[in-house]
Write a protein that binds this ligand. Structure first.
Ligand code: TMP
Ligand code: MG
Length: 217
């Protein structure tokens, strides 16, 4: 009996208002229509005890030292890692809205001199590495034209600008070859079509015949 082919690990990243939630939904529906088993996840997962502390921090109800909140975001991924690995092993494709890329860039964007991108990426080493990371790229002008920011921490244009530059920095790094930028200023359908094309390329390629990798930096 041949073993079950593994699922794919697909991450969707981007600034707030880039359209991640909508595009993750559409991607999952399409994958299901293609006959694939799909699990949709998102980080932060606000439902766990760690996620609840993150949630109250983001709403401005509690304060956390920059390194502490950074490590909580990372721990929130680590607590889900066994589940992600098990889904992939059993043939389910996992689509995640934000992952360690957000983890690194949002913290590094705070301009805390002791919290560089290099430092921020370290606790993520060893997490399941995505087969594909789609970065929904939106200019600050396009972003500003969409509906306004919510009330959460980090939702300021100054912060988002720095976050975007740091995402670009991650895109340039040779260890992040799975990252692909998609113009999120295009229409919802155009973006979805591009994402389907990237999905097809992934499923038709050789990558998924190899074991899931761990993130190394
Ligand atoms: P959300 O808007 O996707 O729910 O994410 C909440 C905020 O948390 C968003 O501004 C990005 C930020 N964030 C981090 O700072 N670190 C992380 O590891 C993740 C996943 C999100
Ligand atoms: Mg948000």
């Amino acid at each position: 009996m041949s073993p079950v082919p593994r699922g794919a690990l697909i991450v969707v990243e981007g600034l707030d208002r880039a359209g991640k939630s909508t595009q993750c939904e559409k991607l999952c529906r399409w994958l299901e229509q293609e006959g694939r088993r799909v699990k949709h996840m998102r980080f932060p997962n606000r439902s766990t005890p760690i996620g609840k502390s993150i949630d109250s921090y983001l709403r401005g109800e509690t304060q956390q030292e920059d390194h502490v909140i950074h490590l909580l975001f990372s721990a929130n991924r680590w607590e889900a890692a066994p589940q992600i690995i098990e889904h992939i092993r059993s043939g389910t494709t996992v689509v995640i809205d934000r992952y360690y890329y957000s983890g690194a860039v949002y913290s590094a964007a705070k301009k805390n001199p002791n919290l560089t991108l290099e430092w921020a990426i370290q606790p993520e080493i060893g997490l399941p590495k995505p087969d594909l990371c789609i970065f929904l790229d939106i200019s600050s002008t396009d972003a500003a034209a969409r509906s306004g920011f919510g009330g959460e921490r980090y939702e300021t244009s100054e912060m988002q600008k720095r976050v975007r530059n740091l995402f670009q920095e991650l895109l340039q790094k040779p260890q992040n070859k799975e990252m692909v930028a998609v113009n999120a200023g295009d229409s919802m359908e155009e973006v979805h079509e591009t994402m389907r094309r990237l999905g097809n390329k992934l499923f038709e390629g050789e990558g998924l015949s190899k074991p899931l990798k761990s993130f190394d930096y």
